[in-house]
Design a protein around this ligand. Structure first.
Ligand code: HEC
Length: 162
């Protein structure tokens, strides 16, 4: 019993040693900067939660449902109407807060380029929300444009790993 415990502790330690350094580190939400990081990551989780089924419907992996498609699109519209600049304080990039965020310093260094990416996202969502309930054929190109707008920001501004 004791031996098994020791052994499992050793195995755990070994596994931790080889675990990728890209693992997300916990945020200290008493720190206002890390609080902001948590808020924006949570924001994108909600974005992703609503976009996911739409990507699925566009690919034919999820059955098209006009009512649901419109609801998810409307949620995205509500999300893109938010003013989120407080979620992006200086010093919240992945150099200053290593392991806690994937936000690249380019967001601040090339400002206001990120605003353009954000506007493109807003425009894609607006277009999507105007056609989401009009059938799968109308949904597809709009979802394609939405996906492009996510990538258009992630590529220059989000690191692949933590
Ligand atoms: C204007 C830029 C921008 C747009 C547009 C954008 N993202 Fe992101 N996204 C980011 C950045 C930057 C991060 C990293 C945030 C961090 O780690 O602090 C991120 C993080 C995420 C995450 C991970 C959140 C977490 O828990 O760490 C998901 C999921 C995500 N985005 C999905 C999407 C999807 C889906 C879309 C499009 C429908 C999208 N994003 C559009 C910039 C953007």
């Amino acid at each position: 019993m004791k031996f098994t415990l020791v052994l499992s502790a050793v195995i755990t330690a070994l596994l931790m040693a080889v675990a990728p350094s890209s693992a997300r580190e916990p945020l200290n939400t008493k720190d206002p900067v890390e609080k902001a990081i948590k808020a924006r990551q949570s924001y994108y989780q909600v974005v992703s939660f609503n976009a996911g089924p739409l990507f699925g419907m566009a690919k034919g992996k999820v059955a098209y449902d006009a009512k649901k498609a419109q609801e998810f699109a409307n949620n995205l519209l509500a999300l893109t109407s938010m003013k989120n600049s407080a979620m992006w304080p200086k010093g919240s990039d992945n150099v200053a807060k290593k392991g806690k965020t994937r936000a690249l310093p380019a967001i601040w260094d090339t400002y206001p380029k990120v605003v353009e990416a954000s506007k493109a996202f807003g425009a894609a969502v607006k277009q999507l929300a105007s056609v989401a309930g009009n059938g799968a054929d109308a949904l597809k190109p709009a979802v394609g444009a939405l996906g492009k707008s996510c990538g258009g920001c992630h590529k220059p501004f989000r690191a692949k790993e933590f």
